[in-house]
Design a protein around this ligand. Structure first.
Ligand SMILES: O=c1ccn([C@@H]2O[C@H](COP(=O)(O)OP(=O)(O)O[C@H]3O[C@H](CO)[C@@H](O)[C@H](O)[C@H]3O)[C@@H](O)[C@H]2O)c(=O)[nH]1
Ligand SMILES: [Mn+2]
Length: 735
């Protein structure tokens, strides 16, 4: 075991009961094999009805099984972590490494500056030695309003940080904190200070929202800081010089809070952008940040968060360090991924956007297999591994020796030198975006970068504390959800098509379980075909009374019934165990159906076009601004459609087609007085169709019964009725 006297800084526990789970999984696997035997031995002969449909179903079932095997890899080796911060503090308080924090924003209209500075303030106020903390805001919009907001925040921080420390405030995002505390009626000292800081915050908020609304700053506002002059040469969001301003220089003896303590460094940064140079979206911003921060503060730990989340626990840096500084177990840890909570999810999560099961189960499973993926934010990286360093035994968990000597340069000199590192041409003929920094070429820069770090021999850690360390926002309309999933599934599929394909690039470099885990995400997009097939063809065959499944009275029915009921009951239990509700689980089934048949299909097509060179990379930023009546419907858990979209056409046509097939069954049972033999033969198909119809109930409402603005547009309804009728007619008459 460990060296004498060694006491660990973190502990890893394996989940109990996995043997029972493994037996259960094996029983499902046996069921799946029996289904294959049935499919194979009962293929309709040449000339018989439904031969090709049968073969297609067989293929779809093979695909689902492959996918299922991948999901098992995420459940077999779950581990849970806990940290010992007091031990860390006792041993290393004075030897802590520097930490550079990156906050990314990209559009002030859909990412309001007030939200952005709340994120910034929450991380500025971490409980960590301030001289070792630097916060960088990367603004891909290069917006002077965001700069103005950050300038305001830098003043407010002087009051906010000491206030947080004095009253041990949690969370340290002012907005979240003030929301969590109702006005104090007491008249004691603490209440007075509370009112005072709240007033300061509200005044600042007024000034910023007014400026944002006008989309312009007054001359007086601009005259308050020399940094605004950098906008003189600004042409547009895609065409401007690097803008870089050290708003607080932590080394400056005058940079003090109102109590006289040093402040963390705070930097505003917008890299250079020119129309003729691709900017590689968030990955490009992160790489520029790595270089610029390397010049200014060079923290050995890089922590990044998106602007739509805030730190919910001031101890998070210390928690992360427990994983990096343990004398025996930290050597191979490249990054520590925290889980994220969401503040705007409703009870039954109509869009299932909080990733409950991934957060509570699957990432723990990846962790047990040697490394959770990097999910883009709420993460702490070692700087050197993010820059492409390979694992070797020499890597040390002792950080203090590596600290850089204090730079002698003035902040003005530092700014000038750093700007060069953020120019459009800097990365030409370098390894940035390939072997160094975050990888380019896919909108899921996080997944591909995490995978490649692990393939260089490193491990990662997943930390999912009871009180979530970060709280973010989920999208609240169906179009946003579908677009977000399109981006993710397309990105992951592009990885599959690239040289970083988890199946062979990672072969032998990471564990098989981890490979399967990554494959699961990469296979999202192509899953659209199996899902579309399985949810359309059996229903269409109802129109012709052709059976594609075993009879209810046959023994072959059992494996189907077992696999389906076992899989779905387990998924329900897992969902409830992760804190969800039954209705939430039902909603999840609907949303996954919609995502599979629309987002994944478009993602698949786009990824193929991109790989073939026919279209350019894109990153659709999710809007964080919310209309009031949209928000009201969201709170009531009503699906939000609104404008037409090709994705809706698919979803609606699919729902109506199944409805027409369902009508045919009703007719058969009532008017044609079908007998029990019909039910026996068609049981599975009828069940499948009925479930699809039931799950689409809210969609039918949006098509025919709702009057609000979020209903499905009428033109789209008519169009989809036409498509669905056409499909049914063609099927019946052309067969
Ligand atoms: O050109 C760009 C585009 C986006 N962003 C920032 O990237 C972050 C994520 O964008 P968002 O629209 O919120 O996307 P999400 O789908 O919520 O992001 C998830 O998925 C992304 C990968 O697709 C990861 O990078 C994110 O960390 C992860 O939270 C935001 O802070 C943006 O400001 C940039 O900095 N530059
Ligand atoms: Mn986001």
């Amino acid at each position: 075991m460990g060296s004498e006297g060694y006491v660990p800084l973190f502990e890893t526990k394996k989940v109990k009961g996995s043997v029972i789970y493994k037996l259960f999984a094996v029983s499902i696997f046996v069921g799946i094999c029996l289904i294959f035997v049935y499919r194979f031995s009962h293929i309709p002969r040449e000339g018989e009805d439904g031969r090709w449909a049968w073969i297609g179903l067989f293929a779809a079932e093979l695909w689902f099984s492959l996918f299922w095997v991948c999901t098992q890899a995420l459940r077999w080796n779950r581990v849970y972590r806990c940290t010992f911060k007091d031990r860390l503090s006792q041993r290393y308080e004075v030897e802590f490494p520097r930490v550079d924090i990156f906050v990314c924003t990209a559009d002030p209209t859909i990412e309001p500056p007030m939200m952005v500075i709340n994120t910034v303030l929450s991380v500025l106020a971490y409980d960590y030695p301030t001289e070792k903390l630097s916060v960088y805001l990367s603004d891909d919009a290069g917006s002077d309003i965001t700069f103005y907001a950050l300038l305001e925040a830098s003043h407010f921080a002087k009051e906010w940080i000491p206030y947080c420390k004095k009253f041990r405030v949690e969370p340290r995002s002012p907005e979240a904190y003030f929301l969590s505390i109702s006005d104090q009626n007491d008249v004691n000292e603490e209440a007075k200070e509370f009112e005072a800081i709240k007033k300061l915050y509200e005044d600042m908020e007024n000034r910023i929202t007014r400026a944002a609304k006008r989309d312009q700053l007054t001359e007086e506002q601009r005259s308050k800081h020399k940094g605004f002059s950098q906008w003189d040469s600004y042409s547009s969001i895609r065409d401007h010089d690097t803008i870089l301003q050290i708003l607080i220089d932590g080394r400056d003896p005058n940079a003090r809070d109102i109590e006289g303590y040093p402040l963390p460094t705070l930097v505003y940064f917008a890299r250079e952008k020119r129309p003729q140079y691709p900017h590689n979206f968030k990955a490009g911003a992160m790489n520029a940040l790595i270089r610029v921060s390397g010049k200014i503060s060079n923290g050995q730990i890089i922590h990044n968060v998106d602007c739509d989340m805030y730190s919910n626990n001031s101890q998070s840096v210390r928690n992360a360090l427990c994983f990096f500084m343990d004398e025996e177990k930290s050597q191979e840890v490249a990054f520590v991924q925290f889980s994220e909570g969401f503040k705007n999810v409703t009870k039954n999560e109509i869009y299932s956007s909080s990733f409950r099961v991934s957060i509570e189960v699957e990432f723990h499973g990846m962790d047990g297999n040697g490394g959770t993926p990097y999910i883009g934010s709420c993460c702490f990286h070692r700087r050197d591994t993010l820059c492409g360093r390979k694992f070797d035994k020499e890597c040390t968990s002792k950080w203090y020796k590596e600290n850089d000597p204090e730079s002698e340069e003035s902040s003005h000199e530092l700014e000038a030198k750093s700007k060069v590192l953020a120019s459009c041409t800097y990365e030409e003929n370098t390894q940035w975006g390939k072997e160094t920094g975050l990888k380019y070429g896919t909108p899921v820069e996080d997944m591909i970068t995490g995978l490649s770090i692990q393939c260089k021999g490193w491990k990662s850690v997943y930390f999912n504390p009871e009180r979530k360390a970060f709280i973010g926002l989920v999208p609240i309309t169906l179009p946003q959800i579908l677009v977000q999933h399109k981006r993710w599934s397309e990105g992951n599929f592009l990885i599959l098509l690239s040289k970083y394909n988890p199946a062979w690039y990672a072969l032998g470099k990471i564990s098989l379980g981890l490979q399967l885990g990554y494959l699961k995400w990469s296979l999202w997009a192509p899953s659209c075909f199996a899902t579309l097939y399985y949810s359309i063809i059996p229903s269409l065959y109802l129109l012709q009374d052709i059976s594609l499944f075993p009879q209810y009275s046959s023994l072959w029915f059992i494996p189907f019934a077992y696999v389906i009921s076992a899989k779905y009951s387990y998924s329900l239990v897992e969902f409830l165990w992760s804190g969800g509700t039954i209705l939430g689980w039902w909603n999840e089934q609907r949303i996954w159906l919609y995502i599979r048949i629309s987002s994944y299909l478009f993602a698949f097509i786009d990824a193929i076009l991109k790989t073939a060179g026919f279209s350019d990379e894109a990153f659709a930023i999710t809007s964080k601004v919310i209309d009031e009546d949209v928000s009201e419907r969201y709170q009531k858990e009503i699906l939000e459609f609104g404008a037409s979209s090709p994705m809706f056409t698919i979803i609606t046509t699919h729902a109506l087609l199944n409805f027409f097939c369902f009508l045919r069954v009703v007719k058969k049972l009532t008017m044609d007085a079908a007998d029990i033999r019909y039910l026996d033969r068609m049981a599975m198909q009828i069940l499948l169709c009925v479930v699809i119809v039931l799950i689409n109930w809210p969609l039918y409402q949006a098509l025919f019964f709702r009057q609000d603005k979020g209903k499905m547009p009428s033109s789209l309804t008519l169009q989809s009725i036409g498509f669905a009728l056409l499909a049914c007619t063609c099927f019946v008459y052309l067969q």
